[in-house]
Design a protein around this ligand. Structure first.
Ligand SMILES: [Zn+2]
Length: 416
């Protein structure tokens, strides 16, 4: 951007903790130079060119800190079978479940995977997601895990959202001895991923039926030796001690936590590890919903993510995940917004994202109406009018809709 720009006409700005009425944002070089109420705009900014946001509200760009966005094939038939009560174990034994996604992802070209991931990323963008984490984990061999992370890199280069790539130890392939696989993962795959700069973190699915606590520790130690951050899928299926391991080893986040306990939360709090809940998986699998309210009250830094994946969470909307965290997890509406912005950015070690403050990235959403919490209230509605990343408009509802704005009746200054 050449010089600074002022965004004016903001009915209500959420940072997300603070609320400012009749606000102005000053953006320069992709970051926020100043923000506050219009009446307090410092003199040096007054001559900057202005963009009038026409009485709409502004929020920080949403951050989806846990997705499996890159995959091929279809699990829609399995979705139907599970809806009729068939067990995941049966489906898995018949070669379905994750093994079906692995086979299809291995068979797909980079171009096919990229095209499918672009469509999913676009849906998240329209829902207000400006940053998303993308995991590998459906390749399983060195060749195909690297292919997935190459696709993540190309995804970052071919659309405007910020992509944070993670190498995931998902499951042991059916034809490989466990120890051989862990050895390959730690002594070949992690060093190669590091050498090519293809991931910022390593994640392990540590649970009953996935990696044991001992295997998880071995993989995470290798990640730390190679200066990669660590994360864990923890306590989803059974209480295993994985959340405490995450805290002990200084993980950025422990994700899922359906089976976690108060003792686990205390460890996460003292380690500063983000507690990420994944409403899509709990609801789709018909499991008890993680107690986000109790975690928050215990002092945990709670984040909410989509866990987008073809099996347990075919979820294309972070706002829907946040709405579920409100209705089923007991978070207040403003807490849910913090969970989907600031806390989620902290789970990705990006303290410049998920918040609107001086020097943070100018990633923000213009809500289609004057109430900033409308996106967490209006279930299933398209409530984001436009999306800015680094101060640049990257999505506008005006470009791809022919219908009038949402709830514009109350906004006398609106164009519709
Ligand atoms: Zn996951």
């Amino acid at each position: 951007m050449n010089g600074g720009v002022l965004f004016t006409g903001i009915s209500e700005l959420r940072t997300p903790e603070l609320v400012v009425s009749d606000a102005v944002l000053a953006v320069e070089g992709g970051a926020l130079a100043w923000l506050g109420s219009a009446g307090e705009l410092p003199e040096p900014y007054c001559s900057w060119p202005r963009r009038d946001l026409q009485g709409n509200a502004v929020l920080p760009g949403l951050v989806d800190s846990h997705t499996h966005l890159i995959w091929a094939g279809s699990r829609i038939e399995e979705y139907g079978r599970r809806s009729r009560g068939d067990s995941y174990e049966n489906i898995l034994a018949a070669g379905g479940g994750i093994h079906a996604t692995v086979a299809a992802t291995q068979a797909a070209s980079e171009e096919e995977l990229l095209l499918a991931a672009l469509t999913r990323a676009r849906a998240l963008l329209q829902d207000g997601v400006t940053t998303l984490e993308v995991k590998s984990g459906y390749g399983l061999t060195i060749e195909h895990e690297l292919k997935m992370l190459q696709v993540a890199r190309r995804l970052a280069e071919s659309q405007p959202q910020r992509i944070v790539p993670t190498l995931l130890a998902h499951v042991v392939p059916r034809d490989t001895p466990r120890q051989t696989y862990v050895e390959m993962f730690t002594s070949e795959l992690i060093p190669e991923v590091r050498r090519q700069g293809l991931a910022e973190a390593v994640d392990v699915f540590s649970d009953e039926g996935a990696f044991s606590l001992g295997e998880t520790r071995t993989i995470l130690e290798a990640a730390l030796r190679h200066d990669l951050a660590i994360k864990l899928h923890a306590e989803q299926i059974a209480p295993t001690g994985a959340a405490r391991l995450a805290a002990e080893m200084g993980a950025l986040s422990a994700d899922h936590l359906e089976q976690s306990s108060r003792d686990d939360w205390a460890e996460l709090v003292s380690a500063g590890t983000v507690a990420t809940i994944l409403p899509g998986a709990a609801v789709v699998l018909r499991k008890p919903f993680p107690d986000a309210r109790a975690m928050w009250d215990a002092g945990a830094k709670v984040a909410v993510a989509t866990d987008h994946n073809p099996g347990s969470s075919p979820l294309y909307s972070l706002t829907l995940a946040l709405q579920l965290a409100i209705s089923l997890g007991g978070l207040s509406v403003d807490e849910a917004l913090v969970a989907g912005t600031r806390n989620a950015a902290d789970a990705l070690r990006r303290p410049d994202l998920g918040r609107l403050e001086v020097a943070s990235a100018a990633d923000f959403l213009v809500v289609d109406g004057k109430d900033s919490l409308l996106p967490l209230y209006a279930w299933g509605a398209r409530t984001i009018r436009s999306v800015y990343i680094g101060g640049v408009k990257v999505m506008s509802v005006d470009d791809d809709r022919t219908w009038p704005g949402f709830d514009r009746a109350s906004d006398a200054g609106g164009r519709h």
